[in-house]
Design a protein around this ligand. Structure first.
Ligand code: ATP
Length: 276
């Protein structure tokens, strides 16, 4: 993803001095269901530094999406504490502290790509000239210059993913929450978007929370990998990546990379993740 220069970071009021983007202490969320309580998260302790790229990996139902939704203020924890840029998740949401990229691109089919990207800005009441300028900037940032007037159906799956990332970047939040954004794409497109995402992260310095089911994707992208296990949803391991920030795709064949992948796999096994 190339084109525009880095965009100015916009933080929640008072957040500029903070070095921590997300701070969870003893975080729990139990859903009351017809079949009884479901402990989607239990006793989660995690501190995410600003500028980190943190991946969440674990089997279905271990609480990855629930944790992201708690950060976004879309679910409310039933225990513990959670701060986002030093604010409660609700206050952070109102301060537009994050951009959210969903599993599917979820672009409105009746709006052009530019129209989709501008939508959050329209809702925020950003003046039209600024909206147009921002749209151009973020499209360039994800490598989609010249596609503003196209409709979603005119773009490939990979380009739609880029467009949904551009939409999440439109109001320049310094935290990007990404819930398995590339899960439905073929491997070659996914490789390409992984490289593009790393480049974007390097250019913008944003904090990224990224959910994935793929060990190689988690290891390739992250500065830290959070391995989760289910029933109850909790953190089984947190792995600090020894890999540098410069990461060509070939790094996946190096002994260092394979060693991190092995540790992630071990963490998944220790959580009995794929055995039951
Ligand atoms: N709104 C809800 N009501 C009841 N239970 C829920 C709700 N949302 C999630 N759950 C349950 O909470 C647990 C954690 O779900 P969550 O979607 O966070 O897992 P996940 O790790 O993201 O899974 P996946 O990899 O399949 O997306 C699961 O058992 C799920 O069924």
């Amino acid at each position: 993803m190339s084109g525009a220069g880095p965009v100015s970071g916009q933080l929640a009021p008072g957040a500029a001095a903070l070095s921590t983007a997300v701070e969870a202490r003893g975080l729990s969320l139990t859903f009351e269901t017809g079949d009884g309580p479901v402990e989607a998260l239990k006793g989660v302790d995690l501190s995410i530094a600003r500028g980190d790229f943190v991946s969440f990996i674990g089997p279905s139902g271990c609480g990855k999406t629930t944790f992201l939704r708690c950060i976004a203020g879309l679910e409310h924890p039933t225990g513990g504490s959670l701060e986002v840029n030093g604010l409660t998740p609700d206050a952070a949401r109102r301060a537009r502290a994050y951009g959210y990229v969903f599993q599917a691109p979820a672009l409105l089919p009746w709006r052009t790509i530019g129209g989709n990207i501008r939508l959050p800005l329209e809702i925020m009441g950003v003046p039209k000239p600024e909206r147009m300028a921002r749209t151009g900037e973020v499209l360039a940032l994800v490598g989609l210059d010249g596609f503003a007037r196209k409709y979603p159906w005119q773009l490939s799956g990979g380009m739609q993913s880029r467009a949904s990332i551009a939409r999440a970047l439109s109001f320049d939040a310094d935290l990007l929450l990404m819930d398995e954004p590339f899960g439905a794409l073929d491997e070659i497109v996914r490789d390409h978007l992984n490289e593009a995402l790393l480049e974007l992260w390097a250019r913008t310095g944003k904090t990224v929370c990224f959910v994935t089911h793929s060990i190689p994707e988690a290891v390739f992208l992250s500065t830290r990998i959070v391995v989760m296990s289910p029933r109850p949803g909790r953190i089984a391991d947190v792995i600090e990546s020894p890999l540098g920030r410069e990461r060509p795709l070939e790094i996946r064949e190096t002994p260092e990379f394979l060693e991190v992948a092995r540790r992630v796999r071990e963490g998944l096994r220790a959580g009995h993740s794929y055995d039951d």
